[in-house]
Write a protein that binds this ligand. Structure first.
Ligand SMILES: Cc1ncc(COP(=O)(O)O)c(C=O)c1O
Length: 378
């Protein structure tokens, strides 16, 4: 083997695209339109087409994409926004930036995504308490696996909830004959470098079929501007996708289908090798395909396995060591320890293994052998 094992290997991808990315960046340096240059709409059109959505709006990062979606929906004080507790902090943060109240729900032990029965219970409880108005649900496609958006849409219709897909980790995933970006009324994604489709800095996008919503997103990302430059029609943000990042993303999107296939192959190799000794994620099927942002296992002796892997040069990560309802910043919105048991158990047991399209069979074998010997060592 003799080479470094990386958690995410951006260098291998760069070697593949070096010439194209260099040429694209050079073009931007030549034309000099660093803000909203021609690469931005070019990339947006390609991003929407790939997902099968009518509109894509590039923004500064995935967190802003979520925030802008809630702002456009005029979510505010007195509104309840439901979301899973087992997620990255950005999903919860944006609710507070809108001065709304986050209501944390538990997740499903198999998919790690929102537990729809618990969502219904939580909405009923908010209605019964009569203090907040249930307004929206943010469904997180954790580790790349899409939520069951069809089932979620039924619940949302019953309670008149706006559905926002947090697809920061799942752009490229598929459910039935549709892709993420066309599964929810509004989908937010991230191009953070380590994401399946990542840029070389921060970036994000919103996808929707609704033209009037897309217009509002475009307005909010540019300080709330109207049709004329200094015509301000709403409170906005400064949250445009940089031209240079769009220029980097165009060639990356060109090889994205191939990279997704490669990620799926790596995931299947892991599962084939260790599903008898660790709890492995759902396998891809013909109707549900993850984008495999992460490959996670659930194990009892997580720290022993992680340190054994580290000794042999294999990096791992824990996403996420603490669910949101137990985080100091959000504790007062939840009901404390024991209230969302699956999220709490996953936080204790989850371990993410190296995952990127360029992992070879030999490396996957080595990682799996180390996990096996570590689990069998006493
Ligand atoms: C589930 C989830 N939501 C939101 C975000 C925020 O994206 P960004 O880092 O681009 O702001 C991330 C990633 O960082 C994420 O994993």
């Amino acid at each position: 083997m003799g080479h470094d094992i990386r958690f995410v290997d951006l260098k291998a991808q760069y070697r593949r695209l070096e010439e194209e990315i260099g040429a694209r960046m050079q073009q931007v340096l030549e034309h000099g339109q660093f803000i909203m240059g021609p690469e931005v709409p070019e990339f947006e059109a390609a991003l929407a087409a790939f997902a099968g959505a009518k509109h894509a709006v590039g923004v500064a990062n995935g967190t802003d994409a979520l925030h802008i979606a809630l702002m456009a929906e005029e979510i505010g004080p007195g509104d309840a926004v439901f979301l899973p507790s087992f997620t990255f902090t950005a999903t919860a943060e944006v609710v507070l930036h809108c001065h709304a109240t986050p209501v944390f729900c538990d997740v499903d032990p198999t998919t790690f995504n929102l537990d729809l029965e618990d969502l219904e219970r939580k909405v009923d409880a908010v209605v019964a308490a009569g203090k907040l108005t249930p307004r929206a649900v943010i469904a997180v496609d954790l580790f790349g696996l899409p939520v069951d958006y069809a089932a979620l849409a039924e619940i949302a219709a019953r309670f008149d909830l706006f559905v926002l897909g947090d697809a920061a980790q799942s752009y490229g995933a598929e459910c039935g004959d549709r892709k993420v970006g066309a599964l929810a009324p509004v989908t937010a994604t991230s191009f953070f470098p380590a994401k399946p489709l990542g840029c070389y800095g921060d970036g994000g996008a919103l996808l929707t079929d609704d033209g009037s919503r897309a217009d509002i997103f475009r307005s909010i990302r540019a300080h709330g501007k109207g049709t004329a430059k200094y015509d301000i029609t709403r409170i906005g943000l400064n949250s445009r996708l940089d031209t240079l990042q769009a220029a980097v993303l165009i060639p990356k999107l060109g090889i994205f289908s191939d990279e997704l296939e490669k990620r799926r192959r790596v995931a299947a190799m892991y599962t084939d090798r260790i599903d008898d000794i660790a709890r492995t994620p759902l396998r891809d099927s013909n109707t549900l395909k993850s984008a495999w942002a992460q490959y996670s296992i659930l194990v009892d002796r997580r720290d022993d396995i992680a340190s054994r892997l580290k000794e042999h040069g294999v990096p791992t990560a824990i996403y996420y060591p603490k669910p949101m309802h137990l985080q100091p910043a959000y504790r007062h919105f939840g009901e404390g320890e024991g209230s969302l048991p699956i999220s709490e158990r996953l936080s204790d047991e989850v371990l993410c293994l190296p995952m990127h399209p360029y992992l070879d069979t030999e490396t996957v074998d080595k990682i799996c052998d180390l996990i096996r010997s570590s689990l069998q060592s006493d």
